[in-house]
Design a protein around this ligand. Structure first.
Ligand code: Z5A
Length: 208
């Protein structure tokens, strides 16, 4: 039987360059690449509902529960089978985003959000979270389309999200790697690759 694979989450605010970096890292590691909300047919449908401005304003707890419903299905259908088969999975956003957006950003009590995450994910969390950090204004300036429902929240919300990510990373440095995302994509990718390798060699997480 294969040794279980490892789950690496790429996190950050809007326009940080997460999707770009998640794709590069997955290619480098030969890992499975997926995203949240999404990653399964049901999850992608939930994502469409979550991001559609037509549903604004959506209740904060409704938003949390939809994010977590998509995650539960993602884990059951895709992530857990891949990890069990010994594959490394790179996921573009995971639990760190729920804490940052629904906890710090929306203001839901953090301990309730943590508990709800544990319930939805059966206790599964990323072995390593890579936070691609950029100032909010830089992330917003990289927007190429009309803002979706969550992007359209005010600047104060996005500042709280950024502070939330940094707080979570600062509180658990063993499971978080913080990378400055303001340089060119190739340069950011090199820093992530070196940081992930270093963590894996140190044993904080292990590649399959
Ligand atoms: N959300 C949540 O609230 N709770 C949860 O639990 C989860 C998610 C899981 C959708 O996610 C929303 O879901 C998200 C949080 C919420 N809402 N917000 N805001 P998403 O990942 O699809 O949303 P996003 O952050 O808005 O994606 P994004 O704007 O596409 O950002 P990105 O993935 O960080 O960046 P990118 O796609 O790699 O790049 C964006 C553009 O910048 C693109 O034109 C690139 O070519 C360019 N780019 C990328 N890197 C660079 C660098 N280094 N320099 C210059 N330009 C760059």
């Amino acid at each position: 039987m294969a040794a279980p694979g490892r789950l690496i989450a790429i996190e950050g605010g809007e326009g940080a360059g997460k999707s770009t970096q998640a794709a590069r890292l997955a290619a480098l590691l030969g890992a499975e690449l997926t995203r949240e909300p999404g990653g399964t047919p049901l999850g992608e449908e939930v994502r469409r509902l979550l991001l559609d401005p037509v549903f604004a304003p959506l209740g904060d707890r409704t938003e949390l529960m939809l994010m977590l419903a998509a995650r539960a299905q993602h884990l059951a259908e895709r992530i857990e089978p891949a990890l069990s088969a010994g594959r490394t999975v790179v996921v573009d956003r995971f639990q760190g985003s729920t804490l940052a957006y629904q906890g710090y950003g929306r203001g839901l009590p953090l301990e309730e959000v943590r508990l709800a995450c544990r319930l939805a994910a059966g206790g599964r969390d990323a072995d390593l979270n890579v936070l691609v950090d950029v100032p909010v204004a830089l992330g917003t300036s990289r927007r190429t389309a009309a803002p979706d429902r969550i992007e359209a929240a005010d600047g104060g919300f996005h500042e709280r999200v950024r502070r939330g990510f940094l707080a979570e990373a600062g509180a658990d440095p063993q499971h978080w790697l913080v990378v400055d995302g303001s340089g060119p994509p190739g340069q950011v990718a090199k820093v992530i690759a070196a940081g992930v390798r270093h963590r894996l060699e140190r044993g904080a997480a292990r590649l399959s």
